[in-house]
Design a protein around this ligand. Structure first.
Ligand code: ATP
Ligand code: FE
Length: 343
């Protein structure tokens, strides 16, 4: 089986062709970062409009890159939850229309399931380690989510804990924006932090020692804002590397502490990081060191599969369609974030 996958839940339009083994025949995307940067954040109406402009050409490009045509495709997978409603609708309506026109089934996919299955994707440059498989503990960290899961199999995702307020990515982006680094600024903080001292400034690590798997980043966000205001623009500019390194370290400390707790309590042998923030170089390095010390298999998919992409949606979709699952034409979008277990 092979599916065409569509992802339009946020501000990236992405299309992929994926088969049941996780092999990615093609994955293409159009980023809208430049347009949203003007406004310092994602504008839902602009996201939806850009998806509707970009989507059909991207589908054509995905076919071309894969050297395939509709006759090679057995189904369509599309993100229908969670996300921005207007953005989701564009992908969903397109998937439904193509499903009817091409007389093949379609399936609505949970975006978070996509992130959690991303480590299984394969292409000519990436494949997961031999000993990777179920069960595993997964930390999904992005602009909208920061959640810890235990994954026992396809459709078996137990939420161990989640942020009680802001996502880690949101925290990175707000700090970056306040420091004048643009939007989305997570990656700029990462770059600047490389030459900074992570102990130069003191930032809070909320809930790091409590006995839940929950997290909180709103205190850190506020503390970052206070620090930048106190210093003023000139000093901030001067001390950007130290500020970024210290702020980043606070986030990474909390994430690693919670991951460590989850791995211990659930006796995990395999752990994954996924979502846009797992592109963070300091987090990756610290997680690798931690996993090596604990003798765990850590999988962090390549950055192209960590950030929002249609390949992961296609993989979740193709596995479920292989079990006979399809969606009905009245399937709607849903904004709801998944803070409870899902199947
Ligand atoms: P979701 O709907 O899953 O919340 P999303 O829209 O947040 O998805 P992702 O691509 O999964 O999209 O994640 C984007 C986030 O990742 C942004 O907050 C961005 O700043 C952050 N990010 C990307 N690269 C880095 C990096 N190197 N360091 C820190 N944060 C990063
Ligand atoms: Fe995402």
């Amino acid at each position: 089986e092979r599916v065409l996958a569509i992802e339009t839940s946020c501000d990236d339009t992405s299309v992929a062709i994926v088969d049941r083994s996780g092999w990615v025949h093609s994955v293409v995307a159009a980023s809208q970062d430049l347009e949203h940067e003007l406004y310092g954040g994602i504008v839902p109406e602009i996201a939806a409009r850009n998806h509707s402009i970009a989507l059909i050409p991207l589908i054509e490009e995905a076919f071309k890159k894969a050297g395939m045509s509709w006759s090679d495709i057995h189904g369509i997978a599309v993100t229908n939850r969670p996300g921005l409603i207007g953005a989701l609708i564009v992908g969903l309506v397109t998937a439904k229309s193509l499903s009817q026109a091409k007389k093949i089934p379609f399936l609505g996919v949970n975006h978070l399931e996509g992130h959690l299955l991303a480590p299984f994707l394969k292409d000519s440059q990436y494949s997961p380690p031999e000993d990777f498989g179920y069960p595993y503990v997964g930390l999904a960290i992005s602009g909208g989510h920061t959640s810890l899961y235990q994954i026992k199999g396809l459709g078996d995702y137990k939420v161990l804990g989640a942020t009680r307020d802001d996502a880690a990515g949101e925290c990175f982006d707000k700090f970056a924006k306040m420091a004048g680094l643009g939007f989305p600024g997570g990656v700029r903080v990462d770059q600047l932090a490389k030459t900074g001292n992570p102990e130069a400034f003191e930032f809070p690590r909320s809930m790091i020692h409590d006995d839940t798997f929950d997290m909180s980043f709103s205190g850190l966000k506020a503390s970052g804002q206070r620090m930048l205001e106190q210093l003023g623009p000139e000093l901030v500019q001067e001390q950007l590397p130290d500020l970024c390194a210290s702020f980043q370290e606070a986030i990474v400390d909390v994430l690693i502490a919670k991951l460590d707790r989850a791995a211990k309590v659930y006796r995990a042998k395999r752990v994954i990081l996924t979502g846009g923030v797992s592109a963070n170089s300091r987090l990756r390095a610290r997680a690798e060191k931690w996993a090596a010390e604990k003798g765990l298999t850590l999988v962090v998919p390549p950055i192209r599969y960590c950030t929002d992409n249609a390949a992961m949606i296609g993989y979740a979709g193709v596995l479920r369609m292989a079990q006979g699952e399809t969606s009905a034409m009245d399937l709607g979008p849903s904004p709801q974030a998944l803070t409870t277990d899902f199947k």
